[in-house]
Design a protein around this ligand. Structure first.
Ligand code: PAF
Length: 282
């Protein structure tokens, strides 16, 4: 795996790949790679001949109270993982490359970004859409791969790609999980041993709520209330627990059939997010 840290070298490497008639898949990351990311690289290789990954801790998607400087930087370990998984090129741009002065442009996707994580992390998705569009323009991939653990991020990026006619196929990869159901996430590193024992309750609550909906149980409002109470009783502080439509992430009605439940909850120093997408037979 080659590593490049400027745009000129990135373009030269990718031109050589394309000259061999190869297609390119892109896996953007902020590093601190875990099993979930490696699933992204493996999936990327199923959709294209060559995989380029990026590591850039994007400042514009961090809020004022979020710890940008404390975000884990684990470059050497990340490189080993990427090599083992078949990544061909690693792009490591810096802030000056990604946000050259005077840095006046931001990308904003409406509506979906005001819901769920968007309401507790104002500006977060502007930062995400801006950096992803910049990276797309630099890499110009045929395919880009994102984890469905960040279901809202995936939906925002897909909307941006559709709205702006970007010629890139966006592939979503199912969330990788530990045996007890906890979604792989860099944030799990913040959990103490006791908190790690408790954390799987988030996914269990999502699964149980899904089953209740599929069997036509209580109203969505009542199921949401019960789910939040269960998380609270287990020691988590729910941020949101929303039963939504997959298409636009707006609140679901009992007529919708393609649903996703999105949840976020604080546990100690960690803010865990997870979701479950499913179909209801009406
Ligand atoms: O999901 C992430 O790691 C980041 O939000 C992304 C897509 C790499 C943009 O910085």
């Amino acid at each position: 795996m080659k590593t490049v840290n400027n745009l000129q070298d990135l373009r030269a490497e990718l031109a050589a790949v394309r000259a061999q008639g190869k297609t390119v898949a892109f896996v953007p990351t902020m590093g601190n790679l875990h099993e979930g990311h490696l699933k992204l690289v493996k999936t990327a290789l199923q959709h294209a001949d060559f995989v380029v990954a990026s590591i850039f801790v994007n400042p514009t998607q961090f809020g004022e109270n979020e710890d940008l400087s404390g975000y884990p930087r684990t470059l050497e370990a990340d490189k080993k993982h990427l090599i083992a998984d078949g990544c061909g090129l690693l792009y490591l741009p810096n802030n000056d490359i990604m946000y050259p002065a005077p840095d006046l442009t931001r990308v904003s996707v409406d509506k979906i970004t005001t819901l769920h994580c968007g309401s507790s992390r104002p500006g977060h998705f502007v930062g995400v859409a801006t950096i992803v569009l910049k990276l797309f323009n630099q890499v110009q991939p045929d395919v880009a791969v994102f984890g469905l653990k960040d279901y809202q991020q995936f939906t925002v990026i897909r909307s941006m790609v559709d709205d702006l006619f970007l010629p890139i196929s966006i592939i979503g990869v199912d969330t990788g999980r530990a045996d007890d159901g906890l979604a792989h996430s860099s944030r799990n590193n913040y959990l103490t041993a006791d908190e790690r024992e408790v954390a799987p309750v988030l996914y269990k609550t999502l699964q149980d709520t899904m089953k209740e909906i599929q069997s036509g149980g209580a109203s969505f409002a009542e199921l949401t209330r019960r789910a939040k109470q269960r998380l609270h009783d287990a020691g988590l502080t729910p941020d949101y627990f929303n039963i939504s439509r997959q298409s636009d992430l707006e609140p679901a009605t009992d007529k919708d059939t393609q649903l996703v439940i999105l949840a976020a909850a604080y546990l100690g120093k960690a803010r865990l997010i997870d979701n479950i997408a499913f179909t209801v037979d009406r």
